[in-house]
Design a protein around this ligand. Structure first.
Ligand SMILES: Nc1ncnc2c1ncn2[C@@H]1O[C@H](COP(=O)(O)OP(=O)(O)O)[C@@H](O)[C@H]1O
Ligand SMILES: [Mg+2]
Length: 482
C-alpha cells in the first residue's frame, strides 16, 4: 500500500505552556494541535511562572476563568505572566468569553482571545501568529540593542571632577522614576544623558520617545504631544495617539522645554500632576504612565521670573535638576572625548573599508584644549571629523585644524594682528610673524622640557637658528639637560 509521504515540519517544534486549572485540558489541546507543538502544563499561576523561568517557551495558552478566584482572576494572572515574561505572547481562552472579558484581556496584553470550543485550525493559527509576533519582538529588541551599541549610546565619556559628580548623580536618579530636568548649553550631551537615564533605568524595555518642543507651532505641538481625534482640526484626517501615549510605560524626553507656549504649559502641568491627557478634540482624559525627562539650554528660572514659564510647572519638572557643565569647564576631558570620537568614527569608516586617523598630534591636542568650545561636544565632533577627512596619514595635525577653521592657529594669530594703526603692511606682517614664531618656540620648549635642541627638531629648524631666535625674542630657557 502506498501512503502519501508525511510532510516534514519545516520549523522547530513550538513549545506551548497551557495554564489551566482543569487537568485534562493540556492533553486535549495537545490532541487538537497535533504534530509540531509540544505542550507543557501548569495548573496554577505560581507553577506557570516557575515553568517559564525553567525552560524556554514560544507562547502561553491561558484559561481566563478560574473556579475559586474573583471575576478578574484570569486577567490578573495574565498581567502577572506578562510581567514575568514580557516577550512571551499569551493567547487567552475560555468556554464562552464575554465582550467585557475579551476587552479586559486584550487591554492587559493578551495577543488573542479564543473560545475553548475553537477548532484545531483556529487554535493553531492563533498560536502561530502569537509565536511569530514574539519572535519579531525579540528580533526588534536585539537589533535595537545592536544599534544602541553601534551608536555608542550610554557611553558618556568624562573623568573630570564635574563629570564624575554628574555620573554619580545620574546613577542614583536613573533607578528612580522621578521627573528630571537637564540644564546645559547646546551640545553638552543633554540628550545623550536622557537616553542613558532611560537605558539604565527600570523602563529600559519600554519605549524612549524624544521630541524637540521648539520644532512645532503651539497648535501642532499640542496634537503631537497629546494626540487628536479624527477630524479634530483641518487636516486631522485620522486620529493620532500622540507622543505621550506612544511612550506609555517608557520615557518621554521633551527637549527644548523652555520653548513651549503657555497653553501647552498648562496641559503639561496636568500630565505631571494627574498623569492623564486629553487628546485634541476629545472629551475625556486618558491615563498615561510615562517618566518625563525634559531639557533646555535656556535659563528656566529666569523665564519664570519674567513670567514666561509657569512656576508650578518648573517645580514639577525640576524634581531632580541636573546641570551639565559646558566643555570649557572640563577641558581635561577633551583628550578622552577626542579619542572616543575618533574611535567611534573609525569603527564606521572601517565598516566602509575606509582609512581613518588613529592619533592626534601633541600640537593639535594643545589647540583642541586651548579653544573654548562654545558649541561644546557637538562642535568638537564636527571639527574632528572634518579634520580627520582632510588629514593625510593616520594622525590629525595642527595644520588640519587650521584647514577646518579652528580659531587659535597661526593664521588666526596673524589675522588678528594685521595692520594696526600707523604701520605699513610689511611692518604689520613682520610683527605678526614674530609673534607666531615666538609663541611656537615657547610652546615647543615647554613641551621638550626646555631643550632648544629638541625644540628645534620639532619645529624643523636648525639649532643655530633656534638659538638666534631665543636671543632675538628674549625667550627664557630653563635648565638645559642636554
Ligand atoms: N560625555 C559625552 N561623551 C561622549 N559623547 C558625548 C558626550 N556628551 C555629548 N556627546 C556627544 O555630543 C553630541 C551632542 O550631544 P547631545 O546630547 O545631542 O547634546 P545636547 O542635547 O545637549 O545639545 C552627541 O553626538 C553626543 O553623543
Ligand atoms: Mg539637544
Amino acid at each position: 500500500m502506498n501512503l502519501p509521504p508525511v510532510e516534514p515540519i519545516a520549523r522547530p517544534i513550538r513549545q506551548i505552556l497551557v495554564v489551566d486549572p482543569e487537568p485534562q485540558i493540556p492533553r486535549l489541546v495537545s490532541l487538537l494541535l497535533g504534530a509540531g507543538y509540544h505542550i507543557d502544563a501548569a495548573p496554577d499561576l505560581d507553577l506557570a511562572i516557575e515553568r517559564i523561568h525553567a525552560t524556554p517557551h514560544d507562547a502561553i495558552l491561558l484559561e481566563l476563568v478560574w473556579p475559586d478566584g474573583p471575576d478578574d482572576a484570569g486577567v490578573a494572572a495574565l498581567r502577572r505572566l506578562r510581567k514575568a515574561a514580557p516577550e512571551l505572547p499569551t493567547v487567552a481562552f475560555t468556554a464562552s468569553p464575554g465582550v467585557a472579558q475579551v476587552v479586559a484581556a486584550m487591554r492587559s496584553g493578551a495577543f488573542d482571545v479564543l473560545r475553548k470550543t475553537a477548532a484545531g485550525d483556529e487554535l493553531r493559527a492563533a498560536l502561530d501568529r502569537a509565536v511569530e509576533h514574539g519572535n519579531l519582538a525579540r528580533e526588534v529588541r536585539r537589533l535595537r540593542q545592536e544599534v544602541d551599541r553601534a551608536r555608542g549610546l550610554g557611553e558618556i565619556v568624562g573623568e573630570s571632577a564635574p563629570m564624575r559628580q554628574l555620573l554619580a548623580l545620574c546613577e542614583r536618579v536613573a533607578a528612580s522614576d522621578a521627573t528630571v530636568l537637564i540644564l546645559g548649553e547646546s551640545g553638552t550631551g543633554k540628550e545623550l544623558l536622557a537616553r542613558t537615564l532611560h537605558r539604565v533605568g527600570p523602563r529600559a524595555d519600554q519605549p524612549f520617545v524624544a521630541f524637540d518642543c521648539s520644532a512645532l507651532a503651539p497648535s501642532l505641538l499640542e496634537a503631537e504631544l497629546f494626540g487628536h481625534e479624527k477630524g479634530a482640526f483641518t487636516g486631522a484626517g485620522k486620529a493620532r495617539r500622540g507622543l505621550f501615549r506612544e511612550a506609555h510605560g517608557g520615557t518621554n524626553f521633551l527637549d527644548e522645554i523652555g520653548d513651549i507656549a503657555p497653553q501647552i504649559q498648562n496641559k503639561l502641568l496636568r500630565v505631571l500632576q494627574e498623569r492623564e491627557i486629553k487628546p485634541v478634540g476629545g472629551d475625556r482624559f486618558v491615563a498615561v504612565d510615562v517618566r518625563v525627562v525634559a531639557a533646555t539650554n535656556k535659563d528656566l528660572k529666569q523665564l519664570v521670573a519674567r513670567g514666561e514659564f509657569r512656576e508650578d510647572l518648573y517645580w514639577r519638572l525640576a524634581v531632580v535638576p541636573i546641570q551639565v557643565p559646558p566643555l570649557r569647564e572640563r577641558k581635561e576631558d577633551i583628550p578622552l572625548l577626542a579619542a572616543h570620537i575618533l574611535a567611534r568614527r573609525r569603527g564606521a569608516a572601517k565598516h566602509l573599508g575606509q582609512r581613518y586617523p588613529t592619533q592626534i598630534s601633541g600640537r593639535a591636542m594643545e589647540r583642541l584644549t586651548a579653544y573654548h568650545w562654545p558649541g561644546n561636544i557637538r562642535e568638537l565632533e564636527n571639527v574632528l571629523s572634518r579634520a580627520a577627512i582632510l588629514c593625510d596619514g593616520d594622525r590629525v595635525r595642527a595644520d588640519d585644524l587650521d584647514l577646518v577653521g579652528l580659531p587659535g592657529g597661526a593664521a588666526d594669530l596673524a589675522g588678528a594682528q594685521a595692520l594696526p594703526d600707523g604701520k605699513t603692511l610689511k611692518e604689520a606682517v613682520d610683527d605678526a610673524v614674530r609673534k607666531v614664531e615666538k609663541a611656537a618656540i615657547e610652546r615647543a620648549l615647554a613641551r621638550e622640557a626646555g631643550s632648544p635642541a629638541k625644540a628645534a627638531r620639532v619645529l624643523g629648524i636648525s639649532r643655530a637658528s633656534i638659538y638666534n631666535k631665543i636671543k632675538e625674542y628674549g625667550i627664557a630657557v630653563g635648565e638645559e639637560r642636554s
